[in-house]
Design a binder for this molecule. Structure first.
Ligand code: IPE
Ligand code: IPE
Ligand code: MG
Length: 258
């Protein structure tokens, strides 16, 4: 989109590089990882934080610019209260522990999702981390927490309507600019660990033309090697964005990685 410096995949054909600029991950399988080891489910969440730390490092080394991870969905409130409470405590604990390291590494930290449902200490810790890292550009790390793709689109539409009372029709560009990820290009590569092959209400709008990669690897076991396998698979894809293979050849293989 011209006004935000990125191309919308449905409005024009975006540039394609051999390293995905933006990777979005559903970090799934923590509970099963723990159960396999006869540990409580929450032990898997703790190990999941370690896996995220390694993934951030690997993403930076590979030149990824945007890493967006699903940490807690708007539907995850349906889980047992003690697991939800553990996840909230883990979030705040990890944030406080990691924020200075994120900053030292030039990482810009953001959280997207409906924050109003979180306790004030967590909301404050998020705001402090976002403010501290606001000037960083090496990697844009975004945590989706109490996030839902439908919520995001609905909020965007409602914001557009609120800005222009009496508007008869809402445009794609206007919605795009109001989405919570409007600062980022659309994900090039979507990864889901843990074996399930579904979106679970993650970035519904933004995944329109993303390449999907599903792996049985459980999130706590995800590391640089698993990330490399996902990127290798991405490189084999032909990103046609509606065009034919012949058109890509004629256009000098733009959209082909190999
Ligand atoms: C993903 O792991 C983490 C969250 C959803 C918070 P799960 O907790 O969903 O793990 P499984 O899918 O039950 O193994
Ligand atoms: C999706 O995982 C959300 C996160 C990883 C945060 P879930 O484990 O909650 O997804 P479903 O319920 O199996 O679809
Ligand atoms: Mg799960």
């Amino acid at each position: 989109m011209a006004d935000r410096g990125f191309t919308s995949s449905t409005q024009a054909v975006p540039a394609v590089g051999s390293v995905p600029r933006h990777i979005a991950i559903i970090m799934d399988g923590n509970g099963r990882w723990a159960r396999k080891r006869f540990l409580p489910r929450v032990a898997g969440h703790s190990r999941g934080v370690e896996a995220l730390r390694g993934t951030i490092r690997a993403a930076i080394e590979r030149g990824v610019e945007y890493l967006t991870v699903f940490a807690f969905s708007s539907e995850n409130w349906r889980r047992p209260a003690d697991e939800v409470s553990f996840l909230m405590q883990l979030f705040i604990k990890s944030l406080k522990k990691e924020v200075s390291r994120l900053h030292e590494n030039g990482i810009r930290f953001r959280v997207v999702g409906e924050l109003s449902r979180f306790e004030p200490p967590l909301v404050n810790a998020i705001a402090a981390a976002e403010e501290l890292t606001a000037g960083n550009t090496r990697l844009h790390l975004t945590i989706a927490a109490n996030y839902g793709g439908r919520w995001d689109v609905l909020c965007a539409v409602n914001r557009v309507l609120a800005k222009t009372p009496g508007l008869a029709e809402v445009s794609e560009e206007a919605i795009d600019a109001e989405l919570s990820m409007s600062f980022a290009p659309e994900p090039d590569l979507f990864i889901r660990t843990g074996g399930e092959q579904r979106i679970s209400n993650f970035l519904l709008w933004q995944l329109a033309y993303s390449e999907f990669y599903f792996t049985d690897t459980l999130w706590p076991d995800f590391d640089a090697d698993t990330l490399d396998r996902a990127i290798a698979s991405y490189r084999e894809r032909e990103r046609r964005f509606g065009r034919t293979s012949e058109q890509l050849t004629a256009a000098g293989n733009v959209g082909r990685h190999a």
